[in-house]
Design a protein around this ligand. Structure first.
Ligand code: FES
Length: 362
């Protein structure tokens, strides 16, 4: 064995040949060690994207696939996949000696990060000037070709019409069923650092429909009204699909001590033929509270006819005719705007130790 201390013994050849890809330490550096077609390859273990552990990924042909968001690097040269060769991680020399594998601690090549265009959602936080702006998010599901009446969406539209007509404010209505967006793929479960802002799905998929929700919530709106039907005692499936994709917003607090939804007001519309309004409202308030949003007094309006009501057509009729519900929604709009105006006027400072379990940055 060479006495040159730059060469590090990383283990017995016999053992290292048993796995196609693994992470090993060369001194204090984590590298991705691969063995395929009788040849070892050693490249740096930290992915160029946001540092995913390449040695814990998989091999696809001669490419190491990062376990976090699937970027690829050649297992021998460290170069990115075809078309992205210049986006490379360092390559290391290795050699067999006396039944052991030695890896040279000084990389043979240097890494290189190609500049990537900033994602449109990756921009400075902060409210841009102008009057208050109100977004509505309808989470009800229905057939796009043959739409039906939705009582929760109708009340949401009542609220948006009210703020436009009475206050001259700008509104946006987002219907989740019209957005083509993927379910959260659980990057957070791999590592908290794998859950990025902007969401890695949005970064990888330019057609990701959640863009509209992120843009409205984080950058555009001061007030957000979320409407849902009650389905089996809970909010709609689209509502939960959206919530899970909002992990990226919540995760910025424990990970970076960064509050994306600052001085934002939330309110809710909940309607259903059967009951469970309090549980649905409770979940919605918990979730949007954990995102950092604030609530006016009495932050939701709701309607249901009770457990034994199966005549849904009467429920719809009731909501259509109910002056009380429409009036309640307009009154709630006023409370939301009043609180939003007060928050803007006071321009609150940072919220220290925010987020679940009062986590600080780590
Ligand atoms: S692809 Fe490797 S960290 Fe994102």
């Amino acid at each position: 064995m060479e006495s040159n201390s730059d060469w590090v013994d990383v283990g017995a050849l016999e053992e290292l040949r048993k796995r196609e890809l693994q992470q090993v330490l060369v001194g204090r550096t984590k590298v991705a060690l691969s063995f395929k077609d009788g040849e070892f390859g050693v490249i740096h273990g930290a992915c160029n994207h946001v540092g995913g552990p390449l040695g814990e990924g998989t091999l696809a042909g001669d490419y190491v696939v990062c376990p976090w968001h699937n970027w690829k690097f050649h297992r021998i040269t460290g170069e990115g996949e075809p078309g992205y060769e210049a986006d490379r991680v360092p390559r290391f020399e290795c050699r067999a000696e006396g039944g052991r594998l030695l890896v040279r601690a000084t990389p043979l090549t240097e890494g290189n990060k190609l500049p990537h265009d900033k994602h449109p959602l990756d921009r400075p936080l902060g409210r841009f000037e102008g009057p208050l702006r109100v977004a509505g998010i309808s989470t009800t599901a229905m057939n796009a070709k043959f739409p039906r009446y939705s009582s929760s969406e109708a009340l949401l539209e009542t609220a948006l019409t009210h703020v436009r007509e009475k206050h001259g404010l700008e509104t946006r209505l987002i219907k989740l069923r019209e957005l083509n967006f993927r379910a959260c793929e659980g990057c957070y479960s791999k590592s908290s650092k794998a859950c990025t802002w902007p969401c890695s799905i949005s970064q990888m998929d330019p057609s990701d429909g959640m863009h509209d929700v992120y843009d409205a919530l984080v950058y555009w709106a001061d007030v957000v009204l979320i409407a849902t039907p009650i389905s089996w005692g809970a909010a709609s499936s689209l509502y939960f699909k959206m919530d899970e994709r909002l992990n990226t917003v919540q995760n910025q607090m424990p990970l970076r001590n960064r509050l994306l939804l600052k001085d934002k007001i939330a309110g809710f519309v909940i309607t259903g033929g059967q009951d469970n309004i309090q549980a649905v409202a409770g979940q919605m308030m918990l979730f949007f509270g954990e995102l950092g949003m604030q609530f006016p007094p009495f932050p939701f309006i709701a309607h249901s006819r009770g457990w034994s009501a199966e005549d849904m057509e009467h429920n719809v009729d009731y909501v259509k005719r109910s002056a009380e519900l429409s009036e309640g929604e307009r009154a709630l709009s006023e409370r939301r705007l009043e609180l939003a105006a007060r928050l803007q006027a006071s321009a609150s400072g940072s919220l220290s130790r925010g987020g679940r379990k009062a986590s600080g940055a780590h």
